[in-house]
Design a protein around this ligand. Sequence first.
Ligand code: GSY
Length: 151
Amino acid sequence: MSRRAFLALGSNIGERAEYLRTAVAELPDLVAVSPLYETDPVGGPEQDLFLNIVVELDTDLTAHQLLGVCRDREAAAERVRVERWGPRTLDVDVLWIDGETVDDPPELLVPHPRMFERAFVMVPLADLAPDLLPADWVHPADQPIRKLGDL
Ligand code: GSY
C-alpha cells in the first residue's frame, strides 16, 4: 500500500541546481517538490553554501528500496565520498515514511535521526507537510537559510 515519504536533497559543488533537477527528474512516485533554499553548511569542514530541497513521494517502495533510490541518484551525480560531512555534488537522504520506523544502523534510520536539528531540512519539509513540524520546533539561530524560489 502506498504511503507518504519524504527525501532531503542537497548539493554544494558545481552546478548545484542542475544536480538537484537531474535527481528529481529520476525519482519514482514523485508528488511534490519544495521551494529551493540556499543554506549555510551545517557541520563538517569550512565549505561552500548548499542548495537544499525536500521532495514528497507517494510510494509503495520499502524503506530499503528508497535508500537504494537515494544511493543510485548520488552515484549518478558522480558523488565521491572524500570526507564525512564534507562537500558533495549530491546528497539524498530518506527523512520520513508515514507510519514507519526503521532502526538498521548505520545504513538506515527512519525518521532521519538529525532531521529535527536541521533548518535546511525542516523548513522545506514544513512547506510540503506542515503537520510534520513539531509545534515546539524553533529555527536554530545559527542556521540561516534563504528561499530562492522554484527549482
Ligand atoms: O546531510 C546533508 C548534507 N549536509 C548539508 C546540507 O545538505 N545542507 C547544509 N546546509 N548543511 C549540510 N551539512 C551536511 S553534512
